[in-house]
Every structure is written in C-alpha cells, then in structure tokens.
Design a protein around this ligand. Structure first.
Ligand SMILES: [Mg+2]
Length: 329
C-alpha cells in the first residue's frame, strides 16, 4: 500500500524517494528489521562538543546517588575526584586508565620485584550505603591472596585496622589502618621510632607503628561530641577509625547535608590540631600530622626491605582523594 501511495505521489508531485527515514526535524531515526529507534545522538554530540567533552567516559548511571554538584561554592580541588570520575575528558586524558598501559607496565616491571599496595573501600570492596557492610567478594579475596603469595602486599585503608582485617581475613598481607596511622608489620623498621611489639588476634608477633598515638584521647572525645551532634541528622553516621573519625552522610537527606557539613566544621574549630578531608559522601577527620597514606607506603617499603634498593616496582591501587598522597610518593 505504501509503495502504491508513494508512486502515486511521485506521479503528481516532484518528489524523490530517500529510502528509510533516518533524520526528521532534528530527531534521528534508526530503523532495523524489528524496531524503530528515535534518538538524539547528534544533538547530544553537539552539546558535548560545545562543552569540550567529546571524549568523556560514557556511564549508565552518571553520578552517585544523592550526589549534589553546585554551581555556587563549587570546590575544584575537593570535587576533583568527582570531575575525574564522571565528567571531563581532559581530566581523563590526564589520568588515563592504567589497564590501557598494561603492557608498558609489564615492560617497566621486567626484572623488578613488585610490591603491591591496595586501598580497601571502593578498591577491594564496592562502596555501599552501610559502611559496616562493605564486604569484599570471595573472588576478590582469592585474587588478593594469590597476589600476596607472589609479592609483598599491604592494604592501606582509612578504616580502623581491626575492621579492615575483619573484612579482608587474609594472613599473608600487611595491614595499615587509619589512613596509614596504624601499621602492623611482622618486622617493623629500624629507621622509625614509636614502634611497639605486640601480638595480633591470630597470635602472630607484630610491630605496631602508630605515629598519632598521642591524639587517641582527643579522637575519642571528638567521637563522643560528634555522636551527640549528628543525632539531629537522620541517616548520618560517625565511624570510629581509631586514629581518625569518619562522618558519613551518604544516607542523609540532601537538603540537610550542607547543615551537617557546617556543623562538623564548626565543631572541629574546638579541635585545632585536627583537619577535615572530603571523601566519597564522607568527611574524614584526622590529626594534623605529617603522616598519610604516602608516608605509610614509604614506611612499609622500608619494613619490606626495599630502602636503598632500586630493583623494585611499587604499585598502588586506590580510588579516593586520600590515595593521592600515595600516588605522589
Ligand atoms: Mg577507597
């Protein structure tokens, strides 16, 4: 019927058959044997081009749930991770995927001893709404165990060391909790002070290095104060990470988040020896000492016996802003 109609129209008017419709009034049409799709691919492409985002990473769910990006007060440094992860192609070019250079890494590692450092949350485990349930999968545990059998491996997390240990449950890796402020190694280091010999839960001899030991009473005080103050914020959670404190706001109503942040900042004015760092829907409160995941990595390399050696290649895998300190090292 359509063919008949078309030839009748061509007979009366000056017309050309352009075949299947692919573009009409700015809307693209893709036709297959079983379906007709209407799309705005070109329009979106033009938009991306206009904002210089042609090479941006496509994502099915482009931002984290409840994440709020604001035009006012947008903090380029604080929100950099969000930009890197979700939006801008230039940042992605600056931070390309390591997997794209896997062969180059193998070439660099040739003849060298690999030393592996891993973050926990978001790296070995998924980021979940309840931080107490950030479990790693059995497959991941097997992978880490196998890697740790081949190379010295350490897990450096912001969480308290007991919690990371409880999540990972491997005895062939070394653990560092509290953003590297609580390190337990079999041997310790001769270069550093503040080390105490101890026995871990499995009965193994360990040397504990805790450079923020003197802050412990104040951390406990901060936790007490924060726990009282967050009660008015439904969904907010204070996590005791022994030498640091996390205030999680992932489950807080987004209208309340700014007020919560203000509360944390104003409360911490009474504790000038502490600083606050941002993370993924979390505020990290830490003692302001010259110690971080990067320094922890140096300490661990020393305890692994790599100081003064050049035939090793440290690999650090992490996903959050506090990991940047280790990347720098
Ligand atoms: Mg992480």
């Amino acid at each position: 019927m359509i063919v008949e109609f078309m030839s009748a129209m061509i007979g009366h008017f000056e017309m050309t058959d352009l075949g299947l419709m692919s573009y009409f009034l700015g809307i693209e049409v893709t036709q297959t044997d079983d379906a007709i799709f209407v799309s705005q691919k070109k329009y979106i492409g033009d938009m991306l081009k206009k904002f210089k985002m042609e090479g941006c990473k496509p994502m099915l769910i482009p931002v984290e749930e409840r994440l709020k990006l604001e035009k006012e007060g947008f903090d380029m440094v604080k929100d950099k991770e969000i930009i890197i992860e979700y939006c801008h192609s230039e940042e992605q070019e600056e931070h390309p995927s390591a997997l794209d250079s896997f062969e180059d890494m193998i070439a660099v590692a040739e003849g060298k001893k690999l030393v592996l450092f891993l973050d926990y949350d978001g790296t070995l485990s998924p980021i979940v709404n309840d931080p107490e349930k950030a479990f790693m999968s059995d497959a991941m545990r097997v992978a880490v165990r196998e890697v740790a059998n081949l190379f010295p491996t350490a897990i450096i997390s912001g969480r308290c060391i007991d919690k990371v240990n409880g999540f990972v449950k491997l005895n062939n890796v070394v653990y560092a909790g509290s953003h590297g402020m609580d390190i337990w190694t079999p041997t310790g280091s001769l270069k550093y002070g503040q080390q105490n010999k101890s026995i871990d839960e499995q009965g193994n001899k360990v040397v504990k290095f805790q450079p923020a030991q003197e802050f412990l009473p104040t951390v406990k005080e901060i936790i007490q104060v924060m726990e009282k103050k967050i009660k008015t914020f439904e969904g907010a959670m204070v996590e005791d990470n022994r030498f640091c404190v996390s205030v999680h706001y992932r489950n807080v109503d987004e209208k309340e988040v700014d007020t919560l942040k203000e509360m944390v900042h104003s409360t911490m004015k009474a504790f000038p020896k502490f600083c606050i760092n941002g993370g993924k829907m979390v505020m990290e409160i830490r003692p302001s000492i010259n110690w971080n995941k990067g320094r922890a990595l140096e300490y661990l390399l020393d305890t692994f016996g790599f100081t003064g050696s050049s035939d090793f290649l440290p690999l650090y895998i992490g996903d959050d802003t506090t990991d940047e300190d280790a990347f720098e090292v």
